[in-house]
Design a protein. Structure first.
Length: 258
């Protein structure tokens, strides 16, 4: 999975952002020395920035002296229109889709050259997935990523195709020509099927979610056991959910053709 490199700017704002970027799912609590090491900032600078961030509420101090991301950041992040607003509009349809399929249901948006997951509902016996809400992943191997990339500006597509592709499984598409053909197929059919490209036991079926101008603003998917489901049987269910969310967002969609 690609991650954004920390900014090298020397501004106070850039340094504060580097402190926040030091935290990750596998290091949710960090001490000052650890933050200093991950950011490359001097310990004295780290101490000053952490104190200011904690005072504002962006960080919270644990009883043992460690720090974690503060609730104030979640409050601010919830104002993002592609986050909470999209999630609230989508949740009824995602819940229905999860109830019917009993599989993983995901909602994602594109941020630069990555997928960002806005919501995920997991079935009790659903296949294991590598994603989490707020997490990032490469565009090309995932169902939602293929949808978002297929409807992205040409310049974005070319930037993705120009980069080396991470091979997650033996079935991951890593040749630019293969990915181009997959994107063309998504635009032709209106759906993406990612068959065991991320893990060898999972298949993903995804469809675009459109905004008021009828352009793709998100993607919804079902991720199921590859050996237990026919992905083509999931296509109409995913499309119905995607169209419902799109209408909730104000999209003016043409009637589907039976």
């Amino acid at each position: 999975m690609r991650s954004r490199a920390p900014t090298d700017s020397g501004s106070v704002t850039a340094r504060a952002l580097r402190v926040l970027e030091a935290f990750a799912p596998d290091r949710s609590v960090l001490r000052l020395a650890e933050i200093s090491r991950h950011t490359g900032l001097p310990l004295t600078t780290t101490h000053r920035l952490v104190k200011e961030l904690a005072g504002w509420g962006a960080l919270e101090r644990e009883a043992d002296g460690g720090y974690r991301i503060g609730l104030r950041l979640w409050e601010i992040a919830s104002l993002a229109p592609r986050g909470l607003g999209l999630r609230e509009a989508a949740l009824p349809y995602l819940s229905d889709l999860a109830h019917i399929t009993r599989e993983n249901v995901q909602l994602a948006v594109r941020e630069e050259l990555s997928v960002v997951y806005v919501e995920r509902l997991a079935g009790r016996d659903a296949v294991r997935v590598l994603t989490r809400v707020g997490g990032r992943f490469d565009l090309a191997p995932t169902g939602v990523g293929l949808v978002l990339l297929a409807h992205a500006p040409r310049e974005v597509q070319e930037r993705v195709l120009a980069q080396p592709f991470a091979r997650h499984t033996e079935k991951t598409l890593c040749a630019p020509d293969e990915v181009r053909r997959a994107l063309a197929e998504v635009r032709r059919t209106g759906v993406a099927i990612s068959d065991r490209q991320v893990t060898m036991d999972a298949v993903s079926v995804a469809a675009p979610v459109c905004g008021p101008d009828n352009t793709a603003v998100a993607a919804v998917s079902v991720v199921a056991h590859a050996d237990a489901v026919n992905p083509h049987a999931l296509v109409p269910l995913v499309q119905v959910a995607a169209r419902g969310i799109s209408r909730s967002l104000g999209a003016r969609l043409k009637p589907s053709v039976a």
